[in-house]
Design a binder for this molecule. Structure first.
Ligand code: UQ1
Length: 432
């Protein structure tokens, strides 16, 4: 049988159907490409699942009833077949091509074609789930070619260093995806290191350095963003905003970017080195899990880290929906709060200690320089030291490169480091 169109909420048009696209990749991993495209909206009055004979027919009828903008069809195939003709194709009386038309050509005008696959149905909530559509075409297989690396995976981080050393002449492109990422500063830290390395090795004039980011800003905290923009200007780096990597043609050393302000409009850049920050998201086990929010992050109270529905479940780190930057420093601060929360809950008391969203991003801007960004839920600086931390400093570089590994292995992992709040209070004489 050909694909069957399932028409949701047909006779009673409200409440309609929500589209959810949780199929993001696990933090730090790469997946295979799918060509599924994003839908323009996440809610339709009528959503048709499948663009076969039934689905296309019903979308035409529903369009007349509720208006084109309120109808969408989910269908992954590029081609729609008139299957009754296959009797004759099989019998040699017609050619297969005569039974085929592009799916776009049979879609009623104005009805949205969501080129994706339905992975789950939740009629109780009027939701359907769509297949992952955030993978980059050409990856991970592109990593088998030289000139491309990513600091976000154990399999590709050393390829970055190789590509950096092998650089001869051309574009060096550093990307930032259209999803939340682990340590949002890291995609640009490697760019500053690369720039410094090429300066050191006399190749700087041969490199045209580009930061192609899906975001509209360089960093989420104004104080540090201003400092970074100065550095970017001074080091002659180009920043392209709202620019999302969608394909890597590693054999031709080409990267394809979509302009997020003009969906579907792409630009191809040749590269001599490409550093990819992959799209990231919750692990598969959390998607659709009872402990997760609609996207798949563990749904916890942002102050106590206790689960919103299950009081004996708690969350810490990258897998949670805490609205702060996902870093080891955040984990440190969260661990101190969570210890207190769990201790009280175990005694049947209410949690009292509150996490303020503290996170830190040591922004490495050279081989001996760091801007130590530290901030809270409101993206306000929450600095440990009584000095201007938006300045590049050698001391902070040593803290990042030499002191932090010690702190991590010997204190954080052993449960003796709950973040720098006590140091901050001491440094600011109890005033912060
Ligand atoms: C921190 O606590 C931490 O976790 C161990 C990090 O991750 C490795 C950090 O990078 C930083 C900066 C902190 C914060 C600590 C201080 C002393 C500012």
């Amino acid at each position: 049988m050909s694909a069957i169109g399932v028409v949701s909420s047909c006779s009673c048009l409200r409440p309609g159907v929500w589209l959810l696209k949780p199929g993001m990749q696990q933090m730090g991993s790469f997946g295979l490409h799918t060509a599924a495209k994003c839908a323009a909206k996440d809610y339709y009055e009528v959503l048709v699942l499948g663009g076969g004979a039934g689905g296309i027919t019903m979308s035409a009828r529903m369009k007349r009833k509720v208006g084109a903008g309120n109808v969408a069809v989910v269908e992954p195939s590029e081609t729609h077949y008139y299957q009754p003709l296959w009797t004759l194709v099989g019998g040699g009386a017609k050619r297969l091509a005569t039974s085929a038309r592009p799916t776009g050509s049979v879609m009623p005008k104005g009805v949205e074609w969501i080129k994706s696959r339905v992975t789950a149905l939740d009629p109780d909530k009027n939701c359907i789930w769509l297949e992952n559509d955030i993978k980059i075409k050409g990856l991970p297989e592109g990593f088998d070619h030289p000139k491309i690396g990513s600091n976000y995976s154990v399999h590709t981080v050393e390829k970055t260093w190789k590509a950096l050393q092998d650089f001869k002449e051309g574009n060096a492109i550093f990307t930032f995806p259209n999803t939340p990422v682990k340590c949002a500063g890291a995609p640009q830290k490697i760019m500053y290191l690369s720039e410094a390395y090429w300066r050191k090795t006399g190749k700087r004039s041969k490199a045209s350095i580009m930061f192609n980011t899906s975001l509209g800003v360089i960093f989420g905290v104004k104080k540090y963003a201003d400092a970074l923009l100065e550095i970017i200007k001074e080091r002659n780096i180009a920043v392209n905003y709202k620019c999302n990597l969608v394909e890597v043609r590693a054999d031709k050393q080409e990267a394809v970017f979509e302009n997020l302000d003009k969906p579907g409009v792409t630009e191809v850049h040749q590269y001599e080195m490409l550093h990819v920050t992959p799209p990231m998201g919750p692990p598969d086990v959390l998607i659709n899990s009872p402990v997760s929010d609609q996207i798949g992050w563990v749904d916890v109270d942002k102050e106590t880290l206790q689960h919103k529905k299950y009081p004996n479940v708690f969350g810490i780190g990258d897998c949670t929906n805490l609205p702060t930057s996902k870093t080891a420093a955040a984990v440190a601060a969260q661990s101190g709060v969570l210890d207190k929360t769990i201790s009280l809950v175990m005694k049947n008391q209410l949690p009292t200690k509150k996490y303020d969203g503290y996170t830190s991003c040591p922004l490495v801007t050279g081989y001996n320089k760091v801007i130590l960004a530290e901030f809270d839920y409101d993206a306000q600086p929450l600095e440990t030291f009584p000095i201007d931390q938006s300045k590049e400093r050698v001391t902070m570089y040593h803290m990042k490169a030499d002191m932090m590994p010690f702190l991590y292995w010997n204190m954080l992992l052993k449960g003796y480091w709950g973040g720098p709040a006590p140091v901050r209070k001491l440094m600011h004489l109890g005033l912060k």
